[in-house]
Ligand binder design. Structure first.
Ligand SMILES: N[C@@H](CCC(=O)N[C@@H](CS)C(=O)NCC(=O)O)C(=O)O
Length: 212
């Protein structure tokens, strides 16, 4: 049985989508961020970064959301959420997952935790403003990549789509909504109807109204 340490609408959401989509046997363990449990000594033993999520798979304790997603996909290749080894889509899977995590997610992190990036309180609004632009630039690249495509990799759905949906939810709080990008908005409307997205968001009490 997999055990996922999570908090609603945190970086645990993409792994949660995957566990649900693949109909795996899993248990969810809430890390109470309101009381800063991600920084507790017990949790730091699992995840020294004190971040959410962490996945326990038997003897493996894994942190970093994209690593957890890749692990789940590779453990269950028959579920088809990662393109097969040798296919031309497989490197694109890694490209997009890396771009999402390393660029869009990283920019969003600075946007939402600006105080960690300056010792000057007065500079915080300017960091937020600059980050809104960085996030919009990244969404624009994704919007263009979605031109004429059903999913990020083309016709086939993959774990990258769950990851993008998670980051799009976070991007709703930035200056330029992901819904203002035409291809991305059509895609997000489709994704919001996807049964796993619908069911997991209902469980985590995430409002999907913005994607109607
Ligand atoms: N690179 C990590 C980032 C995880 C992360 O920053 N999680 C946030 C929630 S979305 C968190 O735990 N924040 C609490 C904190 O920084 O104290 C990943 O992708 O798993």
């Amino acid at each position: 049985m997999y055990r996922l340490y999570y908090y609603p609408n945190n970086a645990s959401l993409a792994p949660h989508f995957l566990l649900h989509e693949m109909q795996l046997d899993y248990e969810l363990l809430l890390v109470d961020r309101k009381s800063n449990r991600q920084k507790s000594s017990e949790y730091l033993k699992l995840n020294p970064a004190g971040r959410i999520p962490t996945l326990i798979d038997d003897e493996i304790t894994l942190f970093e959301s994209p690593a957890i997603c890749i692990h789940l996909c590779e453990q269950h290749p028959e579920k088809g959420l990662i393109p097969p080894l040798g296919s031309k889509e497989r490197p694109l899977f890694f490209q997009w997952l890396a771009y999402l995590n390393n660029t869009l997610q990283a920019e969003l992190m600075v946007r939402y935790y600006p105080h960690r990036h300056t010792f000057n309180e007065g500079g915080i609004p300017a960091i937020r403003e600059a980050q809104d632009e960085r996030v919009a630039e990244s969404l624009q690249i994704i919007n263009e990549a979605l031109t004429g495509k059903q999913y990020l990799l083309g016709d086939d759905f993959s774990a990258c789509d769950f990851f993008l949906f998670m980051l799009s939810l976070w991007s709703l709080g930035t200056k330029r909504s992901p819904m203002s990008f035409p291809h991305l908005s059509q895609y997000l409307k489709r994704m919001a109807q996807y049964p796993t997205v619908h069911e997991v968001c209902k469980f985590e009490k995430i409002d999907l109204q913005a994607f109607q």
